[in-house]
Write a protein that binds this ligand. Structure first.
Ligand SMILES: [Zn+2]
Length: 431
């Protein structure tokens, strides 16, 4: 069977009979069709700065020109180091059989199977990048779905309700595509840490544990589903652990970004894990923020500005001799530690010897709240309803294959022989 466009209406040929226009139901959903030109691979930075890299695996191949040259078909390992030859990076490779080679270049690509670096399994295609400081950056190239299989279990417990896992799968997929577009000119698209999404490579396995089966199911049942804005651009699908009761606008966290809309989460203020406190002594604070006069002392830490949603925007330090310092709340979190000051939803009690920061929630508060999603899924909400709650301005795009299943379900008895094999046109701009 084939589908094609004619005069703006979608037609299907049905078992050799005359084509029937099915403009109504499908036309209203056509914006949900994914383009066949959707990016397929993502570059993930696994290691930022390595003095040397030892790669083990089967059938290691090194890129030479535009070809890949095999070292041997069996198990092998290679140690890669970098030095400078005049202005140019010089790669030095030592193979386990004693062979050595070297060449000049900014990048070295290695492929193989069952690869590992320092005992940690990694994807089968690696880019080793020469940094300007003489160190090596390691970047993996892999398909987006393979990448997501290594992200999902790190970003959400696999035993949480399946609809929450599906929502997370769609959010992680969209976040990846959004960053891929933002950083398409860079050596890599996403970090493998909390700076983007935590990623740990998963070797394909025939025997899956129950948690792994749930992760696979969440990914499989949402394959290709993404969030876009009304212009057809990838939606900035940020997410965080616990909003503490209300989500936040990106502008109030990072100083810029589109208005995404904020929502209330009735479950989060009640969650006991969401409350935290951190004590800081004045000498610790002095270490983080030195005074202009060494003999002066900080005597007060207070909140000087909050965002409309109630999060802290600025804190203020005051010294006994009149020095004042305003600190942006994200800078305050970063300096003391993101895992210690877990969010910007806090109040401060200043005491003689120390200050205590009492807070709730975990993370920046933008976009989907994971604990809230867990709660909503536990109440029986679908992933579509969860996503609509946290991203009121987003549109859920579903690939034609999923629509095909819906179509069969809705119209199967009317048109029993209809099937949709090809992708529709790429209506949304911005691909
Ligand atoms: Zn929440």
């Amino acid at each position: 069977m084939k589908s094609w466009w004619l005069g703006g209406l979608l037609y299907f040929s049905i078992a050799g009979r005359a084509a029937i226009p099915v403009g109504g139901w499908l036309e209203s959903n056509i914006n949900k069709v994914m383009s066949a030109t959707e990016p397929q691979t993502v570059l993930v930075r696994l290691k930022r700065r390595q003095k040397e890299v030892q790669i083990k695996g089967y059938g290691l191949q090194k890129e030479k020109g535009l070809r890949f040259v095999a070292s041997s078909s069996g198990f092998n390992h290679v140690t890669v180091k970098l030095s400078q030859l005049k202005e140019h990076p010089l790669w030095q490779l030592s193979w386990n059989e004693g062979r050595r080679e070297q060449f000049v270049g900014k990048k070295l690509q290695i492929k193989g199977s069952s690869l590992s670096i320092s005992g940690e399994t990694v994807p089968k295609s690696l880019h080793l990048m020469a940094r300007s400081d003489g160190m090596i950056g390691v970047i993996a190239e892999l398909s987006i779905e393979e990448y997501l299989a290594g992200v999902l279990p790190e970003e959400m417990p696999a035993l949480w309700p399946i609809e929450a896992l599906k929502a997370q799968a769609i959010v992680s997929r969209t976040y990846t595509l959004f960053q891929l577009q933002q950083r398409r000119q860079q050596d890599f698209h996403v970090e493998s840490t909390v700076l983007d999404q935590v990623y740990k490579h998963k070797q394909p396995s025939l025997e899956l544990l129950p948690g792994q089966q749930r992760v696979q199911r969440a990914l499989r049942e949402t394959t290709g589903v993404i969030l876009k804005d009304t212009e057809g651009q990838y939606f900035p699908a940020y997410y965080h652990a616990d909003c503490g009761g209300k989500t936040e606008e990106p502008k109030n966290v990072w100083g810029n970004g589109l208005k995404l809309g904020t929502v209330m989460d009735e479950s989060c203020p009640l969650s006991p894990h969401g409350r935290w406190q951190k004590s800081l002594t004045w000498s610790q604070i002095k270490k983080y923020w030195p005074l202009k006069k060494a003999s002066d002392e900080w005597i007060s830490l207070s909140i000087s500005k909050r965002t409309p949603s109630g999060r802290v925007r600025l804190v203020q330090l005051q010294s006994q001799w009149g020095e004042t310092l305003n600190i942006d709340s994200q800078t305050f979190r970063r300096k003391v530690g993101f895992h210690k000051i877990k969010s910007t939803l806090f109040y401060i009690e200043s005491e003689k010897k120390s200050v205590v920061v009492f807070g709730q929630g975990h993370g920046h508060g933008v976009g989907m709240c994971q604990y809230g999603a867990r709660f909503l899924a536990g109440r029986g909400l679908s992933y579509q309803k969860i996503l609509k709650h946290y991203y009121p301005k987003a549109v859920i795009f579903e690939p034609l294959l999923l629509q095909d299943q819906m179509f069969e379900k809705n119209f199967g008895s009317m048109y029993p022989s209809i099937s949709i094999q090809s992708y529709g046109p790429s209506v949304p701009k911005g691909y």
